[in-house]
Ligand binder design. Structure first.
Ligand code: NAP
Length: 307
């Protein structure tokens, strides 16, 4: 089967760390060109914008967008209008209404839209979901605490309006929680710490409900030392711990599981399957929960933040 001709848009940290290696190893895709205002990839045709890329390479079948969420809507709409299949980094857009509009536009244009949640593809997420499916959920604790200076150096957009702040990584926890917990989540309350010189939270606490259980979630961008991406679920059969961002699983009475990191190869395989079967995958639960947290949040202004 012919490989799908792909354009990669927004050549930054995640494009280089994950997308380029996953595409290079993919049997489904060939990288035809990139679009980025400043960056180029050695040995690959580069354009300065998505419009230039679409005009120069009309035969490209699909575009994968790795730009920040603010502004991605216009890029995705341009790609859909040009009849391209579209894969979106998380979060799929800056707002829920943008993401829903993209979904409708892709359906009307007859192209596949894939709103990816890479953390759902972490090695042990499916095993956690399977184990929890038959349990009573009593309490859930989410701790997603990382050092912004280590993981997002100089990314001012992340704390600007539309950048999601600490929910840029935090939405990964919610993408896992909405995958593994048997009942949907709703937001009860939230507090957000916003640096005096920024628009988005650098730390947040959110209380959710799932079924009759409460979910206590803490997100922190100022965690130095050990980094924590974990979800604990107390059940009628004991404690499940999913750590390392979904890569490691502990359950009562069973050896711990730790699968290889195959998140981005799995995303590209799923995108190829969506294109070949004429389908889309747009699950907006994680971004809806973040939006709801912003709706109910108490805000505290905290010390200014500099990278
Ligand atoms: P990044 O390093 O800042 O890269 C994004 C690239 O997009 C920039 O290098 C920039 O390249 C381009 N761009 C286009 N419009 C932009 C704008 N208005 N502001 C800033 N850059 C703009 O960001 P990233 O970490 O790769 O994150 C991109 C997306 O991937 C985000 O949605 C993020 O949540 C997601 N993601 C990131 C990670 C991670 O670990 N970093 C992990 C998973 C997912 P040009 O200047 O050349 O246009």
């Amino acid at each position: 089967m012919d490989r799908i001709k792909l354009g990669l848009v927004g050549i930054g940290k995640i494009a280089r760390d994950q997308h380029l290696p996953a595409i290079a190893a993919s049997v489904d895709f060939e990288l035809a060109a990139t679009a980025s205002r400043h960056a180029r990839v050695d040995g690959v045709e580069g354009h300065g914008s998505i419009a230039e890329l679409i005009a120069a390479r009309p035969e490209i079948d699909a575009l994968s967008l790795c730009t920040p969420p603010e502004g991605r809507f216009e890029q995705a709409m341009a790609a859909i209008a040009a009849g391209k299949h579209v894969m979106l980094e998380k979060p799929p857009a800056a707002t829920v209404s943008e993401a829903r509009t993209l979904e409708r536009a892709a359906h009307a244009a007859g192209v596949s839209l894939y709103a990816t949640w890479h953390s759902r593809e972490a090695g042990e997420v499916d095993a956690a979901r399977d184990w929890l499916a038959a349990r009573r959920i009593d309490v859930v604790r989410i701790r997603w605490m990382e050092d912004i200076r280590q993981w997002h150096p100089g990314q001012d957009w992340i704390l600007a309006a539309g950048g999601f702040g600490v929910f840029d990584p935090g939405i990964n926890a919610l993408s896992i929680a909405t995958r593994i917990l048997p009942q949907p989540l709703t937001v009860l309350a939230a507090t957000m710490d916003i640096p005096a010189n920024r628009a988005c939270p650098i730390a947040a606490s959110v209380r959710f409900r799932t079924g009759s259980a409460e979910v206590d979630a803490k997100f922190d961008f100022l965690q130095t030392g050990e980094q924590t991406w974990q979800i604990e679920v107390e059940t009628d059969a004991g404690l499940l711990r999913l750590t390392e961002g979904g890569g490691r699983l502990e359950r009562p009475g069973q050896p711990s599981l730790s699968g290889p990191d195959r998140e981005y190869p799995r995303l590209y395989r799923a995108f190829a399957e969506l294109i070949r079967s004429g389908q889309s995958d747009v699950d907006l639960q994680p971004i809806q929960l973040v939006a709801d947290a912003f709706l109910v949040a108490e805000r505290r202004i905290v010390d200014p933040f500099q990278f």
